[in-house]
Design a protein around this ligand. Structure first.
Ligand code: NZQ
Ligand code: ZN
Length: 395
């Protein structure tokens, strides 16, 4: 194991912490671009609370609303134009992962020379990471992506329908104000999709990482078990603040880098899902719920020991040795059943996707990330026909 790790984001966690927003932002700027989604923060009263906290601290507010789920490049360009023309000196993201991702790229695009798409990863020659961004403050209203405390962002190019990601040091938020009270209004389906997303963040590194990371394995298992214990409570009763808090803390830990550190893991399930949400605009967590168990069945063939450990430690399934393939299959079946039990889809047809474009999804996925053989990196790496096979198994 060998790694360098630094996460500079300060996290302020707990019910009611949104009241600290003004004070936090005023330490970073005087004119904030307040980035929001399609209106949920206005309906819930969160927007008003944020603006009054900012104004009370002497911070003026310029609004950039209307960030769509699966945010588009054109929206980011619009946001950067507003920030530049208004002279904003700090960016505040108030919303879900889409809003936070757009806000992060807007903050970097303000200083970026050229088309911001060039900062996104798609194995292009002229990729140029942003080196500078306005200070970013995140206030998540949905527990899912972990974007509030990481340097990543996922954006779709509306012209080509390619969804890709960027991760750059300057995009680490300065501060994440994580107030679980803001998530009580999240509907049941989005709550469940968020639980699937956070679990998938840790299963990616658990199954695709290098061997010899026992502590990271236990971190991942802790995140999964916590999400499986508290997630169903948050789905059953959205106003259960304790459940909301535990799920949200799990979502932060799942992708702030602690679990992945030293594992060198690729994220093949995410890469495949991003193509589906790029083409069909489905919620990211719903797409993952379909792809992840199907991918697990595929990957377990070449890495059964790791899946046996998952079955044993997550579902208390007793595994007989030499390796018991029934136990491996049972672990994956139980995981899929858990996703169904909280209301996630597990078939493509349930998210309105048929078999017409399977080859295209595989092609686009590999376009964003591939190794020297043209395969999607992961354990095992996947050819385009492997990706088609996985998707076909869950039509
Ligand atoms: O747009 P509004 O009106 O705010 O409504 C949103 C949206 O319709 C709603 N919502 C959010 N907070 C709410 C609420 N509704 C009621 N009450 C609240 N408190 O939920 C809907 C979905 O929001 P969205 O932000 O799209 O969801 P999520 O947080 O799951 O973010 C998904 C995006 O993040 C990317 C995904 O690809 C997708 O584009 N990801 C970002 C990552 C990162 N930066 O690290 C990693 C992830 O793996 C993921 O790829
Ligand atoms: Zn995700």
């Amino acid at each position: 194991m060998k790694f360098t790790y630094q996460n500079p984001t300060q996290i302020i966690f707990g019910a009611g912490t949104i009241s600290q927003l003004g004070e936090v932002v005023s330490a970073n700027g005087k004119k904030a671009l307040l980035v929001t989604g399609g209106g949920s923060v206005k309906r819930s009263g969160t927007f008003e609370r944020a603006v009054s906290s900012l104004n009370a601290a002497g911070v003026s507010v310029v609004e950039c609303s209307g960030i769509e789920p699966n945010p588009r490049l054109s929206t980011v360009v619009r946001g950067a134009e507003i920030a530049r023309s208004e002279g904003c000196d700090v960016v505040v993201a108030l919303g879900g992962g889409s809003t936070m991702d757009a806000a992060k790229v807007i903050a970097a695009a303000v200083f970026y020379d050229g088309d911001p798409w060039n900062m996104m990863f798609h194995v292009q020659e002229n990729r140029k990471l942003p080196e500078r961004a306005l200070p970013i403050i995140t206030v998540p209203t949905l527990a899912a992506t972990g974007s509030e405390m990481n340097a990543g962002a996922v954006i779709t190019d509306d012209k080509t329908t390619v969804k890709s990601f960027v991760s750059a040091k300057c995009m680490y938020p300065r501060v994440a104000i994580v107030d679980p009270e803001l998530t009580v209004s999240v509907p049941k389906d989005q709550t469940a999709f968020g639980i699937c997303d956070l679990i998938t963040h840790v299963t990616e590194s658990y199954f695709n990482g290098v061997d010899g990371t026992p502590l990271q394995d236990r971190f991942a298992e802790g995140v999964i078990l916590t999400a499986m214990e508290w997630g169903p409570k948050a789905v059953a009763d959205g106003r259960d603040l304790e459940a909301r808090a535990q799920v949200q803390w799990a979502s932060v830990v799942a992708l702030n880098g602690w679990v992945q550190v030293g594992t060198l893991a690729a994220f093949p399930v995410h890469m495949i899902e991003h193509t589906l949400s790029a083409h069909h605009d489905i919620p990211h967590g719903a797409g993952l719920a379909v792809v992840n168990p199907a991918w697990m069945r595929f990957a377990a063939r070449s890495n059964p020991a790791r899946f046996a450990q998952f079955a044993e430690r997550i579902f208390n399934i007793s595994v007989r040795y030499p390796l018991d393939t029934e136990a491996v299959a049972e672990g994956i079946n139980r995981f899929e059943a858990f996703l169904r039990s909280i209301g996630c889809p597990t078939r493509l047809s349930q998210v309105g996707i048929g078999d017409a474009l399977l080859e295209r999804y595989a092609h686009d996925t590999v376009l964003v990330a591939h190794d020297a053989e043209g395969h999607l990196p992961g354990r095992p790496s996947m050819s385009e026909s492997d990706i088609v096979e996985v998707l076909r198994s869950v039509l």
